[in-house]
Every structure is written in C-alpha cells, then in structure tokens.
Design a binder for this molecule. Structure first.
Ligand SMILES: Nc1nc2c(ncn2[C@@H]2O[C@H](COP(=O)(O)OP(=O)(O)OP(=O)(O)O)[C@@H](O)[C@H]2O)c(=O)[nH]1
Length: 229
C-alpha cells in the first residue's frame, strides 16, 4: 500500500520529550493518549493510520516539561512505513495492553523485541500500562490478565507498572470500586512520566512541534484486531 507523510503545524524550541505508545490494535492507545493529554475520552475512536500525536505540559518541581505523546498504529498495514519515524529520538515508551485480553498481553514481548531491534537505550524509561480496568469482573478472572502476571512481566523487563481505564478512570468512580480494584489514576501515570523524564540526561532541547502528521492511504481503515506476532 502506498503512503505519504505530511506535517502541518508549527515548530518551536523547548524541553520536550517524545513518548511512544505502543501495543496491539484495539488496546486503547488512542483513547489513553486523549486522557493523558486532555483528560477526555474521544467520542469515536478509529484505527490509527500511521501516527497521531498530542501534547501535555506538566509541572515537575517547578520545571515545565512537555510530553509529546505519539499514538502509534497497532495494525501492521498502517504502521510499516512509519516504524522508523516512531523510534527516532524517543525519550520514553508506554507499552499498552488490554486487561480483558490475554492475547494483547501475550503480544507485549513482540513490542519489547521491536524496541530492541530499533536499538532503544536501556536508560529510556519504560512503562507497562494495563488499560480497560473497568472491564474487570470478579467472575471471569480466567479471561483477564492478573495484576500479578503483569507485575512479574514488568519486573522481568524493567518496566514501571500501572493499571487504569481510559474510559472510566478510577478518579471518576466511587470510592468502594476504586479500593476493590487497586487501579491507578491517569494523572499518576503523567506525573511518574514527568518525574522520570526530568531526571534523564539525554534530554537537552529537542525540536517541539504542534500540529499533526497526515498519512495518506488509498483505502479507508476498518477496525480489526491485530497483534504484533
Ligand atoms: N471499556 C473500555 N473500552 C476502551 C477503553 N479504552 C479504549 N476503549 C475502547 O477500545 C476500542 C479501541 O480503542 P482505541 O483507542 O482506538 O485502540 P488503539 O489501541 O488506538 O487501536 P489502533 O489504533 O488500531 O492501534 C474503542 O472502541 C474504545 O472505545 C477503556 O479504558 N475501557
């Protein structure tokens, strides 16, 4: 499939960090990117074609840090011409899976491997985020990814682990339900990211953009489940 990449927007110099969201198609990368950047859930989420990005500025101990969140495509056919752009000058990676989909969790090792193949440094902060925690139910535990399993994967791969919901973040739910599930608030992820990045040495000034990339394809995307391997 032929594609072309076009950028429209403005460029400026500031302390900006590129944060990559990767994971299987349908795990909620686009919705999470919206929550992380603007605390809102998109009314309609369509398969990401190529890349989309949003920004969020956080105050970390008096310093303003700009997070440039790269919402990547989960479907192979929409990402293959973009992969080299994704991994250039990355400062942090968020590995996303869906807690109600063990297949999306199993796919994580492929995403970790893709990072390795693109020579991502070991000093780059990496986060593991289980999304859709609102879909957890007490009765169908066998069909869900347990927090113990996720924690063990996080430890083995040196990832910081969070579990949340882009659709119904815990901060918007009742106290009882929050205690029961041990979820993290979306803002916990933002502040952990900000703190980790502030400590990074390889930051300097990177070129910050505000705008969007347009990737043109001939066909209209259909939402479908796609996994990395
Ligand atoms: N219940 C629930 N549904 C969610 C949540 N986050 C996303 N979704 C739904 O999951 C579907 C896929 O969400 P997307 O954000 O498009 O997934 P994606 O990972 O960006 O998918 P690709 O662009 O194909 O890689 C949509 O129907 C969302 O409404 C969540 O926290 N809870």
């Amino acid at each position: 499939m032929e594609s072309s990449l076009e950028f429209s927007g403005s460029l400026s110099r500031s302390r900006t960090f590129k944060v990559l969201l990767i994971g299987d198609s349908g795990v909620g990368k686009t919705c999470l990117t919206h929550r992380l950047s603007a605390a809102e859930f998109p009314r309609r989420a369509e398969a990401t074609i190529g890349v989309d990005f949003r920004e969020r500025t956080v105050d970390v101990d008096g310093e303003k840090i700009k997070l440039q969140l790269w919402d990547t495509a989960g479907q192979e056919r929409f990402r293959k011409s973009m992969v080299q752009h994704y991994y250039r000058n990355v400062h942090a990676v968020l590995f996303i899976y869906d807690v109600s989909s063990p297949a999306s969790f199993n796919g994580l090792s492929c995403w970790v491997e893709e990072c390795r193949q693109h020579s991502l440094g070991h000093d780059i902060p990496r986060f593991l985020i289980g999304n859709k925690s609102d879909l957890r139910s007490q009765s169908r535990r066998d069909l869900q990814v347990s927090q113990e399993r996720a924690l063990s994967f996080a430890r083995a791969n040196n990832l910081m682990f969070f579990e949340t919901s882009a659709m119904f973040p815990p901060e918007r739910r009742s106290e009882g339900r929050r205690r029961e599930l041990q979820e993290d608030e979306v803002e916990d992820i933002v502040s952990a990211l900000g703190k980790k990045l502030k400590r990074q040495r390889n930051t300097g000034n990177v070129l910050a953009c505000s705008g969007s990339f347009k990737v043109s394809y001939r066909r209209t995307p259909e939402k479908e489940v796609w996994t990395c391997c």
